[in-house]
Design a protein around this ligand. Structure first.
Ligand SMILES: NC(=O)N[C@@H](CC(=O)O)C(=O)O
Ligand SMILES: [Zn+2]
Ligand SMILES: [Zn+2]
Length: 345
């Protein structure tokens, strides 16, 4: 049985760092494991311009502990009012690597998101023209539609028609959770890819109800049936270059999760690569982890692969019950439980 694996230093292609003291507190967890990360723009207020992204990038770099190397890859938050000129500025900046589409109301801090694709077509056409990727939270927001069907419905009613209209638009379907999404991405041309989180690979929707209601297993898109989890594992271990690592690590203060109407998101940055190693190990596919974690993402984003290496050992450790991040206490995934792999320092 493999006891140690060494791979090219990976990147996280879907990360929520938040801002201020919480950002400074969670950043070292990510920087310890990943050389770069696509930093999501759903702050309050959202990062809607290249200028705001530059300032956010500066705050992240200023918060980086001395001696830690980490490159934030910035994104803009697409709104109904995003000007194609802003798309051009973003691409020209060299530090904005994508524009994020949040359907208005779909998830955390998404109220400023897009209310109709028609309103953003000029921006999307400019993105297709200059090759700036669209990163998509792929869920419809019609609450008449079952929460477990919102991703599949989004693909059928929004994403597939969009790609018909803009076939060269580069798209990352973020944090896919269903068999339908995995099949759609696998069958799509090379300009369409997907990120997959560790938690959607490790858990099915029963995890939200094990022994009682489990708010720390609630995220969006919501965990799905076991058959969908298995389809995700099959996709990420298939060797396809269209799937890559995106933790969607999304810290929320404990009191906002343990509530009668709790926030969506799981914090996994503390143990991200070890959690993915559990998935690939259980699937007998540890040999496929490096491409998923370290090659497919930079290749899609047309960035150089990292050259440094990281080592994972099959050594179990117990995750703290909570992380006291300044005025925020965050409960990590696997709080008080074991993770079977350890990232070697
Ligand atoms: N995934 C989540 O459940 N929440 C994310 C937003 C998102 O990625 O949808 C967050 O920022 O909290
Ligand atoms: Zn999302
Ligand atoms: Zn996210």
């Amino acid at each position: 049985m493999t006891q140690t694996i060494t791979l090219t230093r990976p990147d996280d292609w879907h990360l929520h760092l938040r801002d201020g003291a919480l950002m400074a507190a969670v950043l070292p967890h990510t920087a310890r494991e990943f050389a770069r990360a696509i930093v999501m723009p759903n702050l309050k207020p959202p990062v809607t311009t290249t200028e705001l992204a530059a300032a956010y990038r500066d705050r992240i770099l200023a918060a980086l502990p001395a001696g830690m190397a980490f490159e934030p890859l910035m994104t803009l938050y697409l709104t109904d009012r995003t000007d194609p000129a802003e798309v051009v500025r973003a691409k020209a900046s060299g530090f904005v690597h994508g524009i994020k589409l949040y359907p208005a109301g779909a998830t955390t801090n998404s109220d400023s998101g897009v209310t109709s694709l028609d309103k953003v077509m000029p921006a999307l056409e400019k993105m297709a023209e200059i090759g700036l990727p669209l990163l998509v939270h792929g869920e419809v927001t019609d609450h008449e539609i079952d929460v477990f069907d919102r991703e599949a419905t989004f693909i059928d009613t929004i994403l597939a028609p969009l790609l018909q209209r803009l076939p060269t638009l580069r798209v990352v379907l973020e944090h896919i959770t269903t068999r339908q999404a995995a099949a759609f991405v696998a069958a799509a041309p090379d300009n369409v890819a997907a990120t997959v989180t560790a938690h959607h690979l490790l858990m099915n929707r029963n995890a939200m109800f094990t022994g009682g209601i489990r708010p720390h297993h609630y995220c969006l898109p919501v965990l799905k049936r076991e058959q969908h989890r298995q389809a995700l594992v099959q996709a990420v271990t298939s060797g396809s270059a269209k799937f890559f690592l995106g933790t969607d690590s999304a810290p929320h203060a404990r009191h906002t999760k343990e509530a009668s109407c709790g926030c969506a998101g799981m914090y996994t940055a503390h143990a991200a690569l070890p959690l993915y190693a559990e998935v690939f190990d259980r699937a007998g596919a540890l040999d496929k982890l490096e491409a998923f974690a370290s090659f497919n993402g930079p290749d899609f984003y047309r960035l150089p692969r990292n050259t440094a290496r990281v080592t994972l050992n099959r050594t179990a450790w117990t995750v703290p019950a909570e992380y006291p991040f300044g005025e925020h206490t965050v409960v990590p995934l696997r709080a008080g439980e074991e993770v079977q792999w350890t990232l070697a320092d």
